[in-house]
Design a protein around this ligand. Structure first.
Ligand code: KE4
Length: 430
């Protein structure tokens, strides 16, 4: 039986100095009914908490750790960069090398600007789209998350396109008045809002595979129609690939689905665990960005030498033959193992996966196709699954509405160990 004595003490202390004791809300584990663990260290696919417990890590820092933790090449690259300094606010060769690699990997990107987070990437991409098109409205999809910039924090739509209603105190109505939302995968609602508001619309932003309401793949027609209909109307299509970028393929979802957006937001994996975000696209759009063009965006630590070193080393490993095949095999084995066990023990859950990202929607027969259906999940049952797995040394996302990730460090033995733990949880859970 795992005890969490020191984690609980750290959490109590943390709440003195940090709102909720965490630096990002989901880490507080409120929706899964337990206190957060505090991590001492990580290595490969394992996390070690301050009480000496070991866990197989399926959160991967919410996506960045696709190679596993403390990968020797990433560690060496950061150590080498550290010898030369930590930040200059003056250009360095590493940021050029990382930008070049991103242009090489991502089919639609001709130029890219590095920033420090996915939020900055999405916020900047929207500003650029508005500056480039001269139009104001943007469209997002219910349940998709693009970071916490005001423009994106709107209440989920009511099934039809509704003008944005602030989704958080502090977000002024006038800021979200130009943000529209329709259900993910709903081509009818999409077409009607484009017909109604397309002339005033700068961009549509989408997670090509939704991951922030749990993993929801696009319907077969969804991305092709979204691309065609925005193209026809001169509306920029922005792929938010902060999660899918370099995860689903070397070229992310746009390579995986063969759909070319006009702008792409990146983050997570390109920092190899250090803070990096990026947005990029066709040169004629990107050249609107200061100092070449008038659209302003800036950042003290953008292109930071340590972060770009970690990102470069990560992308170099991902550029080797067979990497995505290995991720696919192991992720498929985990998915089918969990599906078999859920069936054997009559645990109601629908497991949805694209590549090495997946979610088990509990209390659902599936398919889960949009935010409304995702919300029908049994979050309490998920919480019992999460706690049960935690007690058996496996760390999944502390929320039903997030993704789990397989890394290159999850070998066959680890997949087997995970399935043994799941069998023991499924036996007791319903
Ligand atoms: P960051 O600002 O957290 O680096 O990225 C924002 C973001 C943008 N776009 C997508 C598709 C994202 O998933 C995210 C952030 N993801 C969440 C978890 N799904 C980060 C975890 C957290 O908020 O603590």
């Amino acid at each position: 039986m795992y005890h969490h004595y020191f984690s609980d003490s750290y959490f109590q202390l943390a709440q003195e100095f940090i709102p909720g004791g965490v630096n990002s809300p989901v880490r507080a584990c409120r929706s899964v009914g337990c206190n957060p663990i505090f991590i001492e260290k990580a290595d490969g696919c394992y996390l070690y908490d301050v009480d000496g417990n070991r866990y197989i890590d399926y959160i991967s820092s919410w996506g960045p750790m696709i190679l596993g933790h403390v990968h020797p090449e990433v560690k060496a690259a950061v150590a080498e960069a550290l010898e030369s300094g930590t930040s200059f606010g003056i250009p360095t060769w590493r940021e050029v090398a990382l930008a070049r690699k991103i242009v090489e990997f991502v089919p639609s990107i001709e130029q890219v600007r590095l920033v420090n987070s996915g939020t900055e990437a999405a916020m900047s991409a929207i500003r650029l789209a508005r500056g480039y098109t001269g139009k104001k409205k943007i469209l997002k999809f219910d349940g998709c998350y693009h970071g916490h910039a005001d423009s994106f924090l709107i209440k989920a739509g009511s099934g039809v396109a509704t003008l944005g209603i602030p989704g958080s105190p502090g977000v002024p109505e006038e800021v979200v008045a130009s943000t529209l939302a329709v259900p993910f995968n709903d081509l009818e609602a999409l077409r009607s809002v484009l017909d109604r508001d397309g002339d005033e619309m700068a961009a549509v932003i989408v997670e090509p595979v939704a991951a922030n309401m749990g993993v929801i793949p696009p319907g077969d027609d969804f991305l092709p129609k979204l691309r065609a209909w925005t193209q026809d109307r001169g509306i920029l299509l922005i792929f938010d690939e902060v999660i899918t970028g370099f995860r689903l393929a070397r070229g992310g979802a746009q390579e995986y689905f063969q759909i070319m957006p006009d702008l792409t937001c990146l983050g997570k994996i390109i920092g190899g665990g250090l803070p990096v975000g990026a947005y990029g696209g066709r040169r004629e759009i990107m050249e609107k960005v200061a100092p070449v063009g008038p659209v302003y965006q800036a950042g003290t630590l953008s292109g930071n030498p340590l972060a770009t070193a970690a990102g470069l080393a990560t992308l170099e490993v991902l550029d080797r033959p067979g990497v995505y095949e290995v991720l696919e095999e192991r992720s498929e084995a985990l998915q089918s193992g969990l599906v078999d066990l859920a069936k054997r023990y009559s645990v109601p859950c629908c497991l949805q996966r694209v590549g090495s990202m997946m979610t088990a929607f509990f209390g659902q027969r599936g398919p889960v196709t949009d935010f409304e259906t995702a919300l029908k999940s049994d979050a309490d049952l998920y919480a019992r699954f999460f706690r049960g797995m935690l007690e058996r040394g496996v760390y999944f996302a502390p929320s039903q509405f997030e993704a789990g990730f397989v890394s290159l460090a999850h070998d066959w033995e680890v997949i087997e160990e995970t399935l043994r733990a799941a069998e023991s949880v499924f036996r007791d859970i319903v």
